[in-house]
Design a protein around this ligand. Structure first.
Ligand SMILES: NC(=O)c1ccc[n+]([C@@H]2O[C@H](COP(=O)([O-])OP(=O)(O)OC[C@H]3O[C@@H](n4cnc5c(N)ncnc54)[C@H](O)[C@@H]3O)[C@@H](O)[C@H]2O)c1
Length: 336
């Protein structure tokens, strides 16, 4: 069987996980890895038995036998790496967000269009089996016309302050997944966004110019309302719930517990807390999204999630930030 030769750029939290997943996919050959950290490169090379290792991703891009790259480096490096990888004719899987400024996003998307390579953006939640099923049920009319989406998205603990400072802030780093989930589930586009938010979890996040607690109301073009609530710290674990309410019913998911033991006695009824964080919660989704990327490249198919989705969700983040700063509802058309 022909295997797609893949290289990974960035071997932090998410890069290591993708490396392990790619290693387990039959149609892929994890041929090369790269990071600016020697420690990261050497430990992943040893764990996964990879010989081709680079401390400068450009050397990897110069290897004509590498057909595709998976970009998992820090957000502020994505746009530049996309441009260079596209001009080296490598197919690209890139972690969200594409970049933090719309100019960089447009530049990166332009180089993808010119080179004609496949571009796949890592909105992993679209590949979660439960969310995929919910989307299919909504599409087939099981809940009628969607009127409301209630998205709860709370992390178990805030990231480091260094990460916060380079992440683009809550809306571009974290809520961006929820913006994409709203578009994905409702098959609809945003019309207006209103935000109320502050830093209740850690004042240092506020001092760094960010927020950690947010309530967001989005009016979609159809008139459906989306209510997103975010926190950087849910003490009971990773809280990921979506409910879509429509004219003929509703559909929702439950959190994924650490195990399915269910205790009931005269004093209490107990289910285990949710799994700790994204690597555990979206384990299957991450495998499925990378498999889909590999398959799109091998079968010459258009990726189901790409540059335009990244751009719209980034603009929704801009609208959210503007709404917070100006304390008013912001029309999506104001940020285009
Ligand atoms: N889809 C998701 O669920 C999800 C989850 C977490 C992070 N992310 C995204 O993935 C990206 C990485 O996040 P993370 O949490 O793994 O961060 P991280 O800080 O753990 O890892 C980033 C890695 O990139 C490396 N790096 C930085 N500049 C580089 C360069 N020029 N060349 C090669 N390597 C470089 C760093 O040394 C580090 O090892 C971010 O863009 C983040 O938004 C997505």
């Amino acid at each position: 069987m022909r295997k797609l030769r893949v290289g990974i750029i960035g071997l932090g939290r998410i890069g290591r996980m993708h490396a392990r997943n790619i290693k387990s996919i039959i149609q892929a050959d994890l041929a090369a890895i790269s990071d600016i950290s020697e420690e990261a490169v050497n430990s992943v090379a040893e764990e996964l038995q990879i010989n081709q290792k680079y401390y400068d991703y450009r050397e990897m891009l110069n290897d004509p036998s590498i057909e595709a790259v998976v970009i998992c480096s820090s957000t502020n490096t994505h746009a530049q790496i996309i441009k260079e990888a596209a001009s080296a004719k490598k197919h690209i899987f890139c972690e969200k967000p594409i970049a933090l400024t719309i100019e960089e996003v447009n530049d990166a998307l332009n180089s993808i269009n010119i080179s004609g390579i496949k571009f796949f953006l890592g909105f992993n939640r679209r590949f979660d089996p439960t969310f995929s099923k919910m989307k299919e049920e909504i599409k087939s009319g099981k809940i009628g016309t969607p009127h409301l989406a209630i998205i709860t998205s709370r992390d178990p603990a805030p990231p480091s302050l260094d990460y916060v400072k380079s992440s683009g802030g809550l809306f571009l780093d974290m809520t961006i997944h929820d913006f994409d989930m709203a578009r994905f589930m409702l098959n609809d586009e945003p019309y207006e966004i209103y935000v109320s938010a502050s830093s209740l979890v850690d004042p240092a996040i506020g001092k760094a110019g960010d927020v950690d607690t947010a309530a967001i109301v989005i009016t979609m073009k159809s008139g459906a309302r989306v209510i997103i609530n975010n926190s950087r710290k849910a003490v009971y674990g990773y809280d990921q719930r979506v409910e879509i309410f429509g004219s003929e019913g509703m559909i929702m998911n439950q959190n994924m517990p650490k195990d399915f033991a269910f205790l009931s006695n005269p004093y209490e009824t107990q289910l285990s807390n949710p799994v700790y964080f994204f690597i555990e919660r979206y384990k299957e989704a991450y495998i499925h999204e990378i498999e889909t990327f590999i398959s799109c490249v091998m079968q010459d198919e258009i990726p189901p999630v790409g540059g335009e989705d990244g751009k719209i969700s980034l603009l929704m983040g801009y609208a959210a930030q503007k709404s917070l700063t100006e304390n008013r509802p912001v029309k999506f058309s104001e940020v285009i």
